[in-house]
Unconditional design. Sequence first.
Length: 256
Amino acid sequence: MIDSKKPDILFVTETWLNKTVSDAMIAPNNKYYVLRKERQNKRGGGVCALISRQFTVNLLETADDVEILAFDILLDAFNYRCILCYRPPEYDGHAWLYLSSLLSCIDKLTSTCDSNILIVGDFNLPYLSWDTLLVSGLYAKFHQSFIDCTCQLGLFQCVDEPTRGENILDLVLVNDPLLISKCVVTVPFSNSDHETVEFDLVLPCIALDNQNYCCKYYFNFKEADYDGLNAYFSDVDWKTELSVNLNVDIISCMSS
C-alpha cells in the first residue's frame, strides 16, 4: 500500500505487531516515522501510524491500559492533533472499563486542545446511526456513551459507508468538517475483514513572506464542475467573440 498509494499518513489498527518486528520492516527506506503501540501480554490488537518525514511530529503521552496512539503534526502556526484508537469487539464488564478509559483519554487529549483534531480507528460500535445519532439494538450503554462523548467534544463523523458487513465500525472524527475534503471506503488491505477508509486531510500551504506567515490557496481541479463549465462555454458565441479582434488573447477573453 505504501508503494502504490504513497500516503502521507497511514493509520493501522489490529496490527498484531510485537517486538520481533522492527520499524524498518514496517516502513523501509526511512521515508516514514513509525509510531506504534502493541497490545501487552496478549496476542492481536495494536495500533500503528506511519507519517511522512516531510512533517514535524510530536508524540503525545497516552494511557497504558488502552490501545490508543496520539501525536501532533506541527505546521508552523497550524497544529493537527491526530488520535488513533482500537476498541475490541467485546461488551462485558472489562470492556466497559476499557471504553471508559479510552473516552477519558480522548477527552484529556482534545478538551483543552486548540489544534485541529482528527480521531480515527476501529471502535466496533455497530448499533448506532451516524445520520440520526440514535442508538438501537444491543449494548446501548456502550454506544450511547460514545455518542455522548463525540457530541460533547463537538466532533463530526465523516464515514458514511459500511466498513465491515453492513456496519460502520471504522470512524473518521474531526472537530471541523472542512478538515476533510474526501472520505471514501475502498477494498480491504491484504486479508483484512474490514474495508479500507481513505480520506484527504486539508492542510494549509505556508509561505514565508517578510517574516510573516501567510496562507496560499489553490484551485482543486479534481472537484471542478466540468459539466457545468462545458454547458457555460457551449452557450458562448465564440465566432463573435473571436472575430472582434483576431489578435485577442483567448485566455483573457475567457476570463473577462
